[in-house]
Design a protein. Structure first.
Length: 389
């Protein structure tokens, strides 16, 4: 009963706010706000497409080319659910624009919406699992995006279970033979809504470690799987925004009281230290030996959000809010395109030498090459590869 009521309320909100990424009128307004990526109609695909898919499906996760990925999925919170990705007003932040989400959206093409699936579709047009449109997790269009707005680390074990269930039961998927890519990013809600209510803020750290291990052990039940843990951004960066609109001052207080509430301000530096430890745990779990000794499963950490900063606007007087949604917390589609570009680069950068921030979208793409055609893991272009090579 409660599930039906919950779904009814979510659908009511969606119907009131509108399916923002599917509305031509809304997108025209959004483009006028400069929150859409530039149109790339004349630009060729930024990476070579030669030899992008192996002649035969590889038998090792350490020899995965981008075109070898058959199935894609994602676990996370509202930053993965796509909340506000096409919002022209504060109410549309509640719309989950999953089709344009950076790590799992497949709406349109990379020229319209730069996302990891839209990049991978150029290598393998038969890719399965990307989100198709504005939707909630209970909609078919969500596909293998099981992220939920408001989710915290403690919610991820259930998400992993649901993701395995969806993938294993989908008739399009050859569960034993298809190679799968799963992206995980979690943490901002733990930092914004939970850390300040703990008697000891550090308590969230070992809980997060435990949750991550449960998630990875669940995902390891799927044959032929590569998991990438994207380090959670440090939400303290929100406090460094300059010339925030009044509306954003209010939404920050509502969405991130642990960092913007007056009663917690004296503990902010302590919380930042805990977040840095959280980021360290993401790395430690990804590099655990438990996941390192098989050709069927691997985990790699992607680091671009670790030292993330937002640039200034063109006039240099304020933060560039065109990268952010109407609440100045979630990403705009333009921000998603920048995150996609950074994640793509991380995927082909050696472990231990990955970029830890982002650059302007379309400025630089790290591409698979003839000498290193594989998505980087600890073994094929990480520390182990350097030692063994």
């Amino acid at each position: 009963m409660f599930r039906d009521q919950f779904r009814f309320l979510k659908m009511l909100g969606l119907n009131l706010a509108g399916r923002s990424s599917n509305s031509p009128r809304n997108l025209r307004i959004y483009r006028n706000l400069d929150k859409l990526q530039p149109s790339m109609e004349e630009m060729p695909f930024p990476c070579p497409l030669d030899d992008a898919r192996s002649p035969e499906p590889p038998t090792s996760v350490h020899k995965l080319r981008p075109g070898d990925i058959d199935v894609i999925g994602a676990i996370g919170d509202s930053l993965t659910a796509g909340n506000g990705g096409a919002a022209t007003n504060i109410f549309q932040v509640f719309t989950e624009n999953r089709g344009i989400s950076w790590s799992i959206g497949g709406q349109g093409t990379w020229r319209e919406y730069l996302t990891i699936p839209n990049m991978l579709k150029e290598y393998n047009p038969k890719l399965i699992g990307y989100s198709l449109a504005d939707s909630f997790t209970f909609h078919k269009e969500s596909q293998f995006n099981v992220a939920e707005a408001g989710a915290m680390s403690r919610d991820t074990p259930y998400m992993a279970k649901m993701l395995v269930k969806r993938i294993s039961s989908d008739p399009r998927v050859n569960f034993a033979k298809h190679w799968k890519l799963v992206t995980i990013m979690i943490g901002p809600n733990d930092f914004c809504l939970d850390i300040c209510y703990k008697n000891k803020p550090e308590d969230i750290l070992e809980e997060h470690r435990k949750h991550l291990h449960i998630v990875l052990r669940t995902l390891k039940q799927m044959p032929r799987t590569l998991v990438q843990i994207v380090i959670s951004p440090n939400v303290a960066l929100l406090t460094k925004f300059t010339n925030r609109p009044l509306s954003c001052q209010l939404t920050h207080l509502m969405e991130c009281p642990c960092f913007f509430g007056a009663m917690h301000s004296h503990k902010r530096s302590h919380y930042e230290q805990v977040i840095r430890q959280w980021q360290k745990i993401d790395k430690e779990v990804a590099n655990a030996s438990e996941y390192a000794n098989t050709d069927d499963f691997a985990v790699v950490v992607q680091t671009f959000p670790e030292q993330l900063v937002f640039p200034l606007s063109a006039d240099g007087k304020s933060t560039d809010f065109t990268l952010l949604s109407a609440d100045c917390f979630h990403f705009s589609q333009k921000g998603y395109s920048r995150a996609t570009n950074a994640l793509w680069n991380n995927m082909f950068e050696p472990v231990g030498n990955k970029s830890m921030t982002w650059k302007k979208q379309f400025e630089h793409f790290t591409c698979p090459s003839r000498t290193q055609p594989y998505i980087c893991t600890n073994k094929n272009c990480g520390r182990e590869a350097l030692v063994e090579g």
